[in-house]
Every structure is written in C-alpha cells, then in structure tokens.
Design a protein around this ligand. Structure first.
Ligand SMILES: CC(C)(COP(=O)(O)OP(=O)(O)OC[C@H]1O[C@@H](n2cnc3c(N)ncnc32)[C@H](O)[C@@H]1OP(=O)(O)O)[C@@H](O)C(=O)NCCC(=O)NCCS
Length: 190
C-alpha cells in the first residue's frame, strides 16, 4: 500500500500527507472518505493546502485538513484575509482522549508557521463541546464577529451539494504562541 513521507513523529504517532490508499484505510464513514478524496484531488490540481493523517503501528487513526485558499465564506474572506483554516479534524473514536487531536492540531500549526502564516482560524459548532474545549486549551480565541453560516461540502456518488452550519470562529496567533512542544511530546522532525 502506498504511503506519503513521514513529516514528523510525535511520541509514537507518525504524521504524513495523505495519499488515496490512506483514505480507504481510515475507519471513517463513507461520506467523509468522499470528502477527503475531493480534498486530495483539489491539492493534486494545484490548490494550496495539506491533508494530513496520523498513524500508529500501521493503523491510521486521525486526519486534519489545512485550507490555504481564500475561504468560501464572505465573512471569513473579509475579516481574516489570507488566514488559513483548519478543517476536518477527526480522531478514531477508539483513540480519543489520548492527546491525538492535540498532536494533529499542533503539527498543523507548525506546518503553517513554517509556510509563513502568522494566524490560523477554524469554525466549530459550539454544541461540539469536546472540540471547543480542545481549541480553547490550545489558546484559540473566539472572534468578535459572532457566529456565521459556514459551508459544508457533501460529495456523494450522486453529486456534490453544500449545506450550511452555524459556527463560531476561533483564531490563533501563531507567532505569539510559538512555544516549545509540550514536555510529554517527543517531537522528531524528519
Ligand atoms: C474533537 C476531537 C478531534 C478531539 O480529539 P482527541 O484526540 O480526543 O483530543 P485530545 O485527546 O487531544 O483532547 C484534548 C482536549 O480536548 C478536550 N476534550 C477532548 N475530548 C473531550 C471530551 N470527550 N469531553 C471533554 N473534553 C474533551 C479536553 O480538553 C482534552 O484535554 P484533556 O484530555 O487533557 O482533558 C475528537 O473528539 C473527534 O474526532 N470528534 C469528532 C470530529 C469533530 O468533532 N471534529 C472537530 C470538528 S470542529
């Protein structure tokens, strides 16, 4: 099975760019797989961004997407021009509460920082308490422009459609928080 080059190893978790075989191996639902294949297709077609996967002992257990194109949402383009978005963070339910979401977020922030970005943003449904707490723990701050309707792409064999989701937007300054990795994170940049 083909796999991408390892970008970093944090504790025993390997972070790499996703290849098509990875998507098929993830234990995620079919609609998410279609979405990830579409993300990968966009990157292959020259869109700026990165789709990363986290794996341990040959098992793929999480993914995250870094969107570096202008946002679909007007409010984001107007208020956060040029700021990349973190999307599609997911950790296999069997492996949650073990710090993997945190590692994926921090690895993504490092990637964005390396590419010269000074801020990063994301949208989250405030009912998603686990995710909100994770972002707050990582020093994301809720913006002052209120909640917005964000686009949610659905790619199905029958076609593509978009629904909307009300989300709060959280932003993080990547320059102020360029702190060293957590003491319990053994980071190997490869
Ligand atoms: C949100 C998600 C990615 C978190 O992944 P994870 O690997 O469990 O996250 P971590 O183990 O790094 O947790 C980090 C912190 O997040 C918070 N958190 C995570 N899961 C939580 C839960 N079930 N209840 C309360 N807080 C939680 C805690 O602050 C936690 O720190 P702690 O374990 O030291 O208390 C995971 O729950 C997930 O995949 N959810 C479904 C997809 C999703 O909602 N993605 C986000 C879309 S915006």
């Amino acid at each position: 099975m083909e796999s991408g080059p390892i970008l970093t190893v944090i504790n025993d978790l390997e972070i790499r760019p996703v290849v098509a075989d990875d998507i098929d191996a993830l234990r995620t639902d079919l609609e998410t797989k279609y979405l990830l294949h579409e993300r990968l297709r966009r990157i292959g077609a020259g869109s700026r961004g990165e789709l990363l996967v986290a794996g341990r002992d040959g098992q793929l257990i999480g993914h995250i997407y870094l969107w570096e194109e202008p946002a679909d949402e007007k409010a984001l383009r107007a208020n956060l021009r040029g700021v990349p978005l973190i999307m599609n963070l997911w950790v296999d339910p069997e492996y949650r509460r073990q710090g993997i979401g945190t590692i994926l977020m921090e690895a993504s922030e490092r990637r964005l920082r390396l590419r010269g970005h000074r801020r990063v943003a994301l949208g989250v449904d405030t009912e998603n308490k686990e995710a909100v707490r994770l972002y707050q723990d990582l020093a994301y701050i809720r913006w002052e422009h209120g909640e917005i309707e964000t686009h949610r792409d659905h790619f199905l064999p029958t076609g593509h459609f978009v629904t909307t989701e009300t989300c709060a937007i959280f932003v993080k300054c990547l320059t102020e928080t360029a702190r060293p990795p957590r003491a319990d994170h053994h980071v190997q940049a490869l």
